[in-house]
Write a protein that binds this ligand. Structure first.
Ligand SMILES: *[C@@H]1O[C@H](CO)[C@@H](O)[C@H](O)[C@H]1NC(C)=O
Ligand SMILES: *[C@@H]1O[C@H](CO)[C@@H](O)[C@H](O)[C@H]1NC(C)=O
Length: 401
């Protein structure tokens, strides 16, 4: 029996045993979401099995699944699409074909995937970036940065920053006829973390001449120092993204050492010297009251871990750890959060922190939303939720960029 047959057989058995997982009551198109959620959980379960048997590593299996969904650059009647590199970093460029009298707006898009997977080549992202270019008559740049666990933090951050700095040069903006005062950086999930970190860096670096006009964070991850926020508890076994998956993958961003995920599960992994950082992610003060529910805030337990990982305290990995004077320099901000999302509270706390220092933030909250919904905008995995998130994001860009 070949590996393919074994995989299919396993997939079927696990799929059937997972299908009746209950969903939150207000999820629309619930049978479709149930199938998508079951596919995600089945793949995760298979990845764990394969890792335990020793066939391949967990993240290698998931990465293989992602690759099935990659597209080639394909121009259409409105947009010219090409794959190229900016300083050796792969990018996909979307340039509108229509002649424009004035320089164009531009969007740099940083994909999600827990720092381990994903690409601008994914069908849904290619669709979103093409849509952005066509609808806004904007130049769009999709960025493919180095991925974990082959590359740990800060490789991902550095690649994104390199692309942004390269693009912000006068000669490049002129080449693509981009207006330097109308540039946005956008990203979803872990791409939201990279977007926020790169934007903080660009806005605070006096050596970078052109600044960012706006940034958009779609169900972003924004901190890795507290793994037990109210949204983590509520969505521990959530739709598409579970706490176990997030911990397994995010720890690979920092290290392959298995003691990190073990300590993260208990939320006892930060060192004593990190105490001063917890005010920046204090959900007791930063979350609106309706998200706190009846959860009781407790002080973090520090100094229990056997490892030393300074990266965990780095604001380039956890943009919520930037201090108020750094946040003050941030541009117009769009943040979209989803109710049924493990990392919902990251986005909600960033809204509070930015508003507290006077940054203009537009915030959309999807009451029936869940993590990763933007991946479901194209057939056969089409959901109205995905399209609605796209439309809210694009509307905001159109009015504010
Ligand atoms: C978090 O906020 C609560 C309530 O405002 C406060 O009692 C606690 O000391 C704060 N903890 C940290 C680490 O900032
Ligand atoms: C904020 O952080 C920046 C960069 O880490 C640092 O240079 C600055 O002194 C800090 N400001 C305050 C008020 O703590």
């Amino acid at each position: 029996m070949g590996l393919k047959t074994l995989c299919l057989g396993m997939f079927f058995v696990i799929f059937v045993s997972h299908i009746y997982t209950p969903l939150p009551a207000n999820i629309e198109e619930s049978w479709k979401v149930m199938v998508l959620d079951t596919i995600a959980k089945t793949c995760t379960f298979m990845a764990i099995c394969f890792e335990n048997i020793g066939i391949m590593r967990y993240e290698e299996f998931i990465s293989m699944i992602f690759h099935l969904d990659y597209t080639e650059p394909q121009s259409d009647e409105y947009v010219t699409v090409t794959d190229t590199t900016f300083v050796d970093i792969p990018v996909r460029l979307y340039v509108p074909k229509r002649k424009s009298e004035t320089p164009r707006r531009a969007v740099i898009y940083i994909h999600g995937g827990a720092f381990c997977f994903g690409s601008f080549k994914q069908t849904a992202l290619d669709f979103l970036n093409r849509w952005t270019a066509k609808t806004l008559d904007a130049v769009v740049v999709g960025v493919d940065y180095r991925l974990a666990p082959q590359h740990h933090f800060p490789a991902q951050f550095e690649d994104c920053l390199t692309v942004v700095k390269y693009f912000l040069q006068d000669k490049i903006l002129t080449k693509y006829r981009v207006d330097p005062t109308r540039i946005c950086i956008s990203g979803d999930s872990s791409g939201g973390a990279l977007t926020a970190a790169v934007t903080q860096k660009v806005q605070n670096d006096p050596e970078i001449e052109h600044k960012i006009k706006a940034h958009a964070l779609l169900y972003p991850a924004l901190q890795a120092i507290d793994s037990y926020l109210p949204s983590h508890r509520e969505n521990e076994h959530g739709v598409i993204l579970t706490r176990e998956m997030a911990i397994k993958l995010v720890s690979l961003y920092f290290t392959r050492d298995q003691t990190l995920p073990e300590a993260m599960r208990r939320n006892q992994y930060m060192p004593l010297e990190s105490r001063h950082l917890f005010k920046f992610v204090n959900w007791s003060t930063l979350l609106p009251v309706n998200y706190k529910k009846d959860y009781i805030y407790t002080e973090p337990i520090l100094g229990r871990a056997s490892f030393s990982l300074p990266a965990l305290m780095d604001d380039r990995a956890s943009p919520l750890l930037a201090n108020d004077s750094q946040l003050q320099k941030l541009p117009l901000t769009y943040i979209l959060t989803c109710q049924h999302d493990l990392i919902r509270d990251d986005g909600l706390m960033y809204v509070s922190r930015l508003r507290n220092v006077g940054v203009q933030v537009a915030h959309d909250h999807m009451e029936n939303g869940f993590h990763g919904a933007l991946s479901y905008m194209t057939s056969p995995f089409y959901l109205h939720l995905g399209r609605r998130i796209r439309d809210k994001y694009i509307d905001w860009l159109d009015k504010n960029l």
